[in-house]
Design a protein around this ligand. Sequence first.
Ligand code: 48F
Length: 264
Amino acid sequence: MVTALRSLEERISRAIWRNTARDWLDLAKVDVTVVGAGPSGMTAAKYLAERGFKVVIFERRLSFGGGIGGGGMLLHKIVVDDRVIQILDEFKVKYSRDDEENLYVLDASELMAKLAAGAIDAGAKIIHGLHVEDVIYRENPVRIEGVVLQWSAVVLSGLHVDPLFVRSRAVVDATGHDAEVLRVVAKKVPGVNLVLAGEKAAYSEKSESLVVENTGRVLPGLYVTGMSVAALYGLPRMGPIFSSMLLSGKRVAEIIERDLKASA
Ligand code: 48F
């Protein structure tokens, strides 16, 4: 057998190259690209993948969870309210009720792990260490048709290296407070009148509902969820309460499902 003639080092490399290439050939065109593996992005990915869409999340760090991991001021607990109990159950996240405050409390580490597992088990692919640095656009009418990718390590190195592309029927900005995809679109896509109002100071109750209400489509092919919604529409921040992140992720999934089915 040929395998017997190859060293273990050769076989390790060959297996990784071959299977990585297979994945990337499949990812050249997807239904939905989610930018950012934070709470809103992973929630959106699970519900879309469950509906049968081909979904990929690109995350520039080598970890899951975005802002979940820091909890509230590095304390390992976060809170949600009763609107997301069904979502927590669907992701199999454990929680306890704080009766004095009428809130539910959970471990940040568990939420990170289970949101990731839920998205992956539903069929979404999460790829780490990739920075979405630009988008693909088309004109008449202006629409977003995918993302432009670079290794985070290359971005950090400052080397000039040309990127690669993933075409996508829908791109979701789930990049959190910085709304990175929306910023690129506002700056670089001709004919788009997109102005980011910028996130406002804390007003948790107001923000928790407004982020969900304003979640949705920004342009044909471009959607926004999570704290990027606040950055776009000038909504307040809410701190370490995560109900609106999960609800926003679920809502954007429902909106994309409707749009993709209508355009099929
Ligand atoms: O920031 P993040 O957790 O976004 P989110 O889903 O949730 C916000 C909350 O965590 C919290 C809050 C609400 O209680 O205020 O902050 O809106 O996750 C965003 C993820 O996107 C990645 C980033 O590393 C993080 O994991 N990310 C950001 N820009 C890019 C990116 C990019 N250009 N390419 C790839 N990943």
